[in-house]
Ligand binder design. Structure first.
Ligand code: TMP
Length: 208
């Protein structure tokens, strides 16, 4: 058991890929749950609504960060850690690297600020593997806006913000070769899935 995160920009394809990964792990006989951030526990899903709906400027970056970490703490305590204690694999659509990329770098709070809050709220816990899907901003935002709906607060922060998010994720993925893998999310969906499964087989030795 452990935690596998798929992270990246809005519209990078995390939704479909996390579902495929969960299905493959279950089919291979591993106890597995699929979860997401912000959200993933009843309380964190309530906080999610505050974050993803409404005007882009309704929270400043620090308020956003604190709400993200309130949601993350609830998600860990209510969902992730209990599932791992029961021997499950946890597949999560986003985790703390989203706070580093969105609030820390794109929102210009700085990574040190994120790390300080992270230490208080999360401590030393780390996912076993984080896969970052990289997609050009134009394609990612087109995909994200094609979905429609009310959860568009971050998408409306503009292309320059999202360019900083993309660069941030690339940089983060290069910070630790063992814990991160950067995968080209602009390939065909099946090719992205194959690349993700390959990394999981080779790094975590799971039989999927
Ligand atoms: P989602 O659409 O992938 O579920 O994510 C909702 C938005 O929240 C997305 O635009 C990215 C943003 N986000 C952050 O800014 N910081 C975070 O820590 C997380 C988890 C998400």
């Amino acid at each position: 058991m452990g935690m596998i995160v798929i992270d990246g920009m809005d519209g990078s394809g995390k939704g479909v890929q996390t579902r495929r990964l969960r299905d493959a792990l279950l089919q291979a006989g591993y106890k597995t749950i699929l979860t997401r951030e912000p959200g993933g526990s009843p309380g964190a899903e309530e906080i999610r609504r505050l974050l993803v709906e409404g005007e882009p400027n309704k929270w400043d970056a620090m308020t956003e960060l604190l709400l993200m970490y309130a949601a993350r703490r609830s998600h860990l305590v209510g969902t992730v850690w209990p599932a791992m204690a029961e021997g499950s694999w946890v597949v999560s659509d986003r985790f703390a690297d989203s706070s580093r990329a969105f609030q820390g770098i794109a929102g210009e709070l700085g990574l040190d600020v994120v790390e300080q809050i992270h230490r208080i709220a999360v401590g030393e816990f780390k996912p076993d593997l984080t896969i970052i899907l990289d997609v050009p901003v134009k394609i990612a935002l087109e995909r994200a806006s094609a979905r429609g709906g009310v959860e568009d607060r971050f998408e409306r922060k503009g292309a320059a913000y999202h360019e900083r998010v993309r660069e941030a994720f690339i940089k983060i993925s290069q910070s630790d070769n063992k814990r991160y893998a950067l995968i080209d999310g602009s390939m065909m969906i099946d090719q992205v899935t194959a690349a993700i499964f390959q990394v999981i087989k080779s790094r975590l030795h799971l039989g999927i």
